[in-house]
Design a protein around this ligand. Sequence first.
Ligand code: ADP
Ligand code: MG
Length: 288
Amino acid sequence: MPGRIKKAKVLTVSGGKGGTGKTFVSVNLAVEMARRLSGGGVFGSRISNSRVLLFDADFHLSNAHLMFGEKLSPCLDRFLDDPSSLPHYIVTTQYGVDLISFGGDEKRVNTIEEVTNSEILNALNKLEQQYDWIIVDTGAGLNKVILKQIMFADYTLLVVNPVATSIIDAYKVIKFMVLERKRRPIEICVNMASNYDEGYNCYVKLEKTLRQFGIGVRVFFSGVIYSDPTIFNKSLQSGIPAVAFNEKNHISQSIEILWDQILKKPAVKNIESFFEKIFFSNMSVDEH
Ligand SMILES: Nc1ncnc2c1ncn2[C@@H]1O[C@H](COP(=O)(O)OP(=O)(O)O)[C@@H](O)[C@H]1O
Ligand SMILES: [Mg+2]
């Protein structure tokens, strides 16, 4: 299939295991980018025309909508049956972010990667023309689709936690990328740190491990987000993303820094369709 040209920049947020904070970080990054694109104004009704799409790619266990206080109706089966219905499943939040989420209460555990066809791809491709940014919040773990989402994004951010197992997970994700001969730079954000040094040291350990095992991928330290259950719970209960709280807080500051760091680097700007690559490109992770 010929490569299609996309307009949106794609940032994939992944991280290995579940529970590292991928969704929390993705939601807040999406809202912060929407604020920037709208001229840095206040959140809410003044942001018309969403230019940021949050793609909740945790296909059956999606939960990004909860962080916006939105309800999700099951749509994966219906979308696969009728791809032209995709626009109906886009939730417009009041933060300048549109959300597409293929979770919900499906009757069959449908895996989108098994049933893609050109109609489905066309519907997804339209999203790449419509938005300036697509933030992809991946599922937990590592499989072919997640690895492709990481490799074929314009920017990739791994959210890790300051525990040894999380660093090992991040190392493995990067190693799999190298096995696919894809050595793209990766941003690292350490979430749920109890202080800055703990977060930074975690990044240093990962960087050292990569060097020690000769994994020639550049990783960049893009910041630390402190653990703060009070802010997290307040956000979840109110349905307001932490960066959109009335008062500034350390989460919003960390998210601003995160974007500043990410945008400082030259993007690996892929002009061809992201969705085409993740669903249609041949990749043989399991052959190595
Ligand atoms: N910065 C943080 N401070 C406090 N708790 C957090 C933070 N980030 C994540 N959490 C906790 O971790 C859990 C998992 O977060 P989530 O974003 O859903 O992770 P993932 O998408 O990686 O599975 C949340 O339910 C919350 O309890
Ligand atoms: Mg998640």
